[in-house]
Design a protein around this ligand. Sequence first.
Ligand code: FAD
Length: 213
Amino acid sequence: MVVSKSSIGIGSNSILAGGGLSFAIEEVDIENLIKETLSLGKYLNNRALVNELARGGGKEFEFLRTLGLDLNHRPPLGYTVNLENMRENIGGRILVKKLVQEASKYEKIHFLPHFFVDKILHREDQVSGYSGLIKRVDHALSFRNQCFGYRGGGGIYKRNDNFKRILGDGYTLALEMGLPLIDMEFVQFYPFGMAEPGVPQSMIYLPWQMRPS
Ligand SMILES: Cc1cc2nc3c(=O)[nH]c(=O)nc-3n(C[C@H](O)[C@H](O)[C@H](O)COP(=O)(O)OP(=O)(O)OC[C@H]3O[C@@H](n4cnc5c(N)ncnc54)[C@H](O)[C@@H]3O)c2cc1C
């Protein structure tokens, strides 16, 4: 069961991403990718996670290719989702659409859109489900296992380019369960954006919102 407070495949930062992907494949060797990532992270990185990313990335790349995702080689960045001949001009949107299409083929995968999770239910250390709202009506879901992916909170900043409802709900849910949050100071601030009076605070650039200048 894939749960989201928005429509499935919409309302996430993933569909706003440019579609740039870095993998250790072909000419980029794993040890170099680890070295570069640690250096860019000023050696504050969690080394186990850097290792996992560098060693596991190639496998994910192959998986995306088997889905038929068209990826362009763009050294030194790595790969980007091919935007040529696509009506949408955001790589993340193409990537998410492809993954949702693929998941929809499996009978055992169900989607539950517009379910706003407000609490993780648990008995002692064992997670047992969620409580939340669908159209302002209370619901509860029970699960034996769950994978928790409600992260991101860039929408809380006055000016940002995140989806407007990415407000750090996951951090709250985790904290309320008594889980510690780490590295909260590592927020990416991009050097572009317009801090002009009258310009929307949120800088989301969906193609259908673009206007010719
Ligand atoms: C403009 C922009 C460009 C980017 N470009 C790149 C790029 O080129 N390459 C790259 O690697 N990364 C890029 N990123 C970063 C990348 O988009 C994020 O790191 C990634 O999308 C995070 O994925 P996620 O699954 O954690 O979160 P999201 O994709 O934001 O998904 C979070 C999901 O949780 C759901 N949710 C949240 N709260 C609740 C709740 N209470 N109840 C139920 N559901 C809830 C949301 O509806 C959403 O579906 C970019 C980001 C932005 C904003």
